[in-house]
Design a protein around this ligand. Structure first.
Ligand SMILES: [Zn+2]
Ligand SMILES: [Zn+2]
Length: 340
């Protein structure tokens, strides 16, 4: 048996960490350096990564092709870190184990005693650290809005600085191997909402094998937006999901959803899988691992660990996770099969 905390903090305990890091690091360095090259940050490192190529398509999509890739993408989703430095530390430590890490909004905390600008400076530093370890994607949440656009709508300006590190963020499209990511900003009014609508319409025309949206708020009328009393989801997002039928939508925002009766970290809207890991205090944050090779999504939290099989219809109650996939196997005792 393992201690309660270890039951979901297994990622840091990986038995085969070295082996996977070596494999992953090679691929991710190729990606990160090529991404930097694209943004004009780095031009000297491109030599030596002849197997990979990254280019900005004519339509503006950032593309990372990984020639020789033998397995599908492994993606870590967290959101609502709300300036928890211990949670950012954890993400930074484990980031190298994943092909893609998504932080889906609410990086900062409006109620913090720390000055908002100071928070954004610190988080930008974490973003820079993460880019050295993996392909990172970030979007804004309602706690990240620091200015207004020309129409008076609240927007996040600071988060756009992530592009200086080669990190796709609000309004970007990004192709990683055979997957298109569409990164949506938090919308506060019709201008930004219209921009998201246009972005989705444009990306729908270039959809590859897999299409993933990053959007802070979950869709309306979904278990992922239920707080135990009512839904707090986005009705427009739900409409867009039903219209375009992406494969996955990665969210956050409604902190309680996975922990309330009737709520969940996973849901299906039409054929689309929607995930919201939820929010918990301390280290590690609640998180979802999307394993496209094994066709599994795994949820880890202080309230327990669960698994859904992406190649089957969603069934409730969702299955408890009692065995880790080989690549996540822990050293020492088995994962505690009982809920934490
Ligand atoms: Zn939040
Ligand atoms: Zn939020």
């Amino acid at each position: 048996m393992v201690r309660r905390r270890d039951a979901f903090d297994f990622v840091a305990m990986r038995a085969r960490r070295h082996e996977t890091l070596e494999c992953g690091r090679t691929r991710r360095w190729a990606c990160a350096i090529a991404t930097a090259h694209l943004f004009g940050i780095c031009s000297k490192h491109r030599r030596g990564f002849g197997d990979s190529s990254l280019a900005s398509r004519r339509d503006g999509t950032i593309q990372c092709d990984l020639a020789g890739t033998t397995r599908s993408m492994r993606c870590l989703l967290v959101a609502d870190l709300h300036y928890s430095l211990q949670q950012y530390d954890w993400v930074t430590e484990v980031a190298g184990d994943f092909d893609v890490v998504v932080i889906a909004g609410d990086h900062l905390d409006l109620s913090s005693m720390v000055d908002f600008r100071a928070q954004s400076v610190v988080v930008r530093k974490y973003i820079a650290k993460l880019t050295a370890k993996t392909q990172l994607l970030v979007c804004s949440g309602n706690h990240d809005l620091d200015t207004r656009d020309e129409t008076g709508e609240k927007v996040s300006r600071w988060i756009l600085g992530a592009r200086d590190c080669g990190v796709p963020c609000d309004g970007d499209s990004f192709v990683f191997s055979d997957t298109l990511f569409t990164v949506c900003p938090w919308w506060d009014g019709p201008t930004v909402r219209g921009a998201i609508e246009a972005l989705l319409a444009a990306d729908a025309k270039k959809r590859p094998r897999r299409w993933i949206w990053v959007h802070h708020a979950p869709p309306a009328s979904s278990a992922t937006s239920w707080d135990g009393v009512r839904h707090h989801g986005d009705a427009d997002l739900r409409r867009w999901i039903l219209q375009y039928r992406p494969d996955f939508v990665l969210c956050g925002h409604v902190h309680q959803s996975p922990f309330r009766q009737g709520g969940s970290w996973a849901d299906c809207v039409g054929p689309t899988w929607v995930f919201n890991a939820g929010h918990q205090f301390g280290r590690p944050p609640a998180h979802v691992i999307l394993d496209c090779e094994q066709q599994r999504a795994l949820w880890f939290s202080a309230a327990g660990n669960q698994i859904v099989r992406l190649d089957r219809a969603l069934r409730r109650p969702i299955e408890k996770l009692i065995e880790l996939p080989g690549w996540l196997a822990v050293k020492g005792p088995d994962l505690d099969p009982s809920p934490a």
